[in-house]
Design a protein around this ligand. Structure first.
Ligand code: ZN
Length: 151
């Protein structure tokens, strides 16, 4: 567990100092916004989806270390995936963060670095930060017009 904790801190630090895919995409054809008022997180996500594949992803916004790291990892993870694969990852991440521990053990190996976020499940406020980017990605793929909010 302490090893996981250490890895978690490394990932959060790394992705905060150098968020991947931070910015905007001129050719984006899907976008969504997500808000977590309890923490003050706000992100805007853009995707380029062509032929059922997420060709590119970028985000911008302001938020805590967890939401920034999670959004950075999420954009890395979904790039090059089919829409179905990205949606499957969304479901797996939500299970990792909110499901029971048996499910966590099953999905964690599939999620790469995102698996380090399993530690936040004990902190409901942090779960909202960690899941916001994924809910926003899900909304962008569904082309929902309303902004995502954790409340
Ligand atoms: Zn937050």
């Amino acid at each position: 567990m302490s090893e996981m904790r250490e890895l978690y801190q490394q990932v959060i630090l790394d992705h905060n100092q150098r968020p991947r895919n931070f910015g905007t995409l001129e050719e984006a054809n899907r976008s969504a916004e997500g808000y977590n008022p309890l923490c003050g997180d706000s992100i805007r996500l853009q995707l380029v989806v062509e032929d059922g594949i997420v060709k590119d992803a970028a985000f911008e916004g302001e938020g805590c270390a967890i939401v920034t790291a999670s959004a950075s990892l999420m954009t890395e993870a979904v790039k090059g995936k089919t829409v179905e694969e990205a949606e499957e990852m969304f479901r797996e991440v939500i299970e990792l963060l909110t499901g029971d521990p048996a499910e966590e053990a099953e999905v964690a190996p599939k999620l790469g670095k995102m698996a380090v976020f399993s530690g936040v499940r004990e902190y409901p406020l942090r779960v909202k930060c960690a899941s916001l980017a994924w809910h926003t990605m899900h909304a962008a793929l569904e082309n929902e017009q309303d902004a995502v909010t954790t409340e």
